[in-house]
Design a protein around this ligand. Sequence first.
Ligand SMILES: NC(=O)c1ccc[n+]([C@@H]2O[C@H](COP(=O)([O-])OP(=O)(O)OC[C@H]3O[C@@H](n4cnc5c(N)ncnc54)[C@H](OP(=O)(O)O)[C@@H]3O)[C@@H](O)[C@H]2O)c1
Length: 333
Amino acid sequence: MLSFMTDRLDSLPLPVSKLALGTWAMAGGQLWGPQDEADSHATVHAALDAGITLIDTAPGYGGGLSEEVLGRALKGRRDRALIATKIGSGDLEPAKVTASCEASLRRLQTDCIDLLQIHWFRAGAPLEDVIAAMENLRAAGKVRALGVSNFGPRQIARVQAAGTGWATNQLCYNLLWRAIEFEIVDACAQSGLGILCYSPLQQGLLAGRFKSAAEVPEGRNRTRHFRSDKELSNHDESGHEELTFATIERIRRIAADLGCPMGDLALAWLLHRPGVTSVLFGARNPAQVAANLAAASLKLDGATLAALNAATAELKAALGPNADLWNSASRIE
Ligand SMILES: NC(=O)c1ccc[n+]([C@@H]2O[C@H](COP(=O)([O-])OP(=O)(O)OC[C@H]3O[C@@H](n4cnc5c(N)ncnc54)[C@H](OP(=O)(O)O)[C@@H]3O)[C@@H](O)[C@H]2O)c1
């Protein structure tokens, strides 16, 4: 049974579902490979039919393609969805913020964005002016709620100092990526920011898509789990490929003992973590939506949570507190 978060984002017209749909992969392209638009529409409809309200996109996903696809998919059903989109780090100055929002509204074929988030902080960007521009958009009724994404404690402090009523921080969080537990979870709690967890299946690794690092496709093997000699890699580390796959095997065994798919266990674990407002899984077809929804009714007892903590602690320590999934010189401070 899908549940809803009601204590944050209460300015929105619908309650926020604790499982949400991410639409990055619906842009296909080099990172995700071919994606049929009809499958994307069916995926969005399956999510809405199941009671999912929150759907996340960004201008940066396929240069606006993900927003366009979502806009077309929501034709006639806009009132059933809460749309979250973003302002890219290249648009962090007031005039560009407004232009980016207007372009998103056009692509999404709507007159109001439910949650507008700063996608990534950029060092040197005039954050306080950007915040003021976003608050103007909210005051003008073009945006209902404001959030950030990939913000660390010092960046959160600047947002809290400059603005009022910011709702969420969207962050990478999953059993193979627990970096936000070092300090960001507490910083969010202290600032009243709900956490939207992205890549909760570590881009398919936790759904058991790949048996070894060699099988992981180009667009997904550029995270800091992997060696830096990959085609699209931006970091300069040796990665933790063996440990990552050993950790997946430990999680897979815990899931097998419980008699549930590993992906369900990974999503359910997040639903049991403190501070989590919603878990944004990516899906490319209705079958993936249906499979992932089972996580909503999976109750994990203390022994299972302790076993998952133990199974993933070594990888958490090896990857350390840098919460930037892709870069050694962290953009998250
Ligand atoms: N704020 C940010 O900086 C940021 C960064 C990343 C993501 N996000 C958001 O978070 C959303 C989700 O993250 P994500 O898409 O990166 O990763 P994810 O949700 O961890 O993984 C999505 C992938 O997992 C596989 N999958 C999903 N359900 C499955 C199932 N039931 N069985 C088997 N495989 C399954 C699919 O792989 P296949 O493609 O192989 O089918 C899917 O594309 C994005 O769409 C985006 O909205 C935000």
